[in-house]
Design a protein around this ligand. Structure first.
Ligand code: MLT
Ligand code: MN
Ligand code: ZN
Length: 301
């Protein structure tokens, strides 16, 4: 299985349009920018599955030759899996509206309901090529398939992770809004665990990630009060359902015990000090054997 981190930043990206934090200033000053959270995977290198659809999708697809159209019209993007209904993980579906056939989109039940009603992307897209909305069952391996039902060579198991529903979804009935994915290449046996948002290291995280070749995990915030400290009137990391990377019972302490062969942080917010290569926080991440994800990072599993 080939895996490309298309975007390693959380919502807002780096720099974020209205943020003057140290990292955003450095990025505007000629430092490396980061696009918003998405990953591409493929078993055969021909047909690709997007894990979340980033608002920066247009730039991300342009940056990787394997994701370019093959002929006069067409795309190697064969399916999309959504791990949550947040705007930073779904807005990119709008950017795929020029497609010429219905796009298979796998999503947790709660997310599919949101995208049909409260944040009605599916309804709007029906006037364009439209979406082939597919259920993502919980805790049961599913063979991913293209629009015609042909296997993509990857098995996907989704487990609900600890999180709160998206901010816009307060009226939505209780359902699963956030999942982690365990993706297994049926030929090589290579396994990717993808958990870009999680408020805890619990049984769902361990079930998804233990023994995986690579775990891509929520690296949104270093500390609980980080957004507030950056001047935003905001909830804490834990209130938002993001386990902080640092501090007691944070990612650095808990993730090495999960038992993935490699753990790479993704969905990193622009305020997070681990983005600065010379920070003490970055050194702590590396000393714990964890990696900081980058746009364009690739794995062969
Ligand atoms: C999140 O991951 O917590 C959300 O994307 C935050 C947001 O932008 O509302
Ligand atoms: Mn997000
Ligand atoms: Zn910033």
């Amino acid at each position: 299985m080939r895996v490309i981190i298309l975007g390693s930043a959380a919502g807002g990206g780096l720099p974020q349009w209205n943020c003057g934090c140290a990292n955003c200033r450095a990025a505007r000053d000629g430092g490396a920018a980061r696009t918003q959270s998405s990953v591409a995977v493929s078993a055969d290198g021909e047909r690709w599955i997007l894990l979340n659809a980033s608002p920066d999708l247009r730039v991300q697809l342009g940056a990787h030759r394997s994701l370019w159209p093959r002929g006069a019209r067409g795309t190697p993007i064969t399916a999309v899996i959504l791990t949550d209904g947040e705007i930073d993980h779904t807005l990119g579906l709008m950017l795929l509206r020029e497609g010429t056939s219905k796009l298979p989109v796998y999503a947790p039940t709660g997310v599919a309901a949101l995208l049909g009603a409260e944040w009605p992307l599916y309804r709007v897209l029906a006037a364009y090529a439209g979406v082939d909305a597919r259920a993502l069952p919980e805790a049961r391996p599913l063979q991913l398939a293209d629009a015609g039902g042909e296997s993509l060579g990857i098995q996907c198991t989704a487990l609900p992770v600890a999180r709160r529903p998206p901010r816009y979804a307060h009226a939505a009935p209780a359902a699963t809004f956030d999942v982690g994915l365990r993706l297994r290449d049926e030929r090589t046996g290579g396994t990717l665990a993808y958990i870009p948002t999680a408020g805890a290291v619990d049984d769902a995280v361990r079930g998804t990630a233990t023994g995986a070749d690579v775990l891509l995990f929520d690296g949104t915030f270093w500390s609980d009060g980080e957004l507030r400290a950056a001047g935003a009137d905001a909830p804490t990391a834990r209130e938002m359902g993001h386990l902080p990377v640092g501090g007691p019972a944070g990612g650095i302490e808990l993730l090495p015990r999960v038992g993935a062969k490699r753990t790479v942080l993704v969905h990193i917010n622009n305020t997070n000090p681990i983005l600065c290569r010379t920070s003490g926080e970055r050194a702590q991440v590396e000393a714990a054997g964890l990696e900081v994800g980058e746009d364009g990072m690739e794995f062969e599993l």
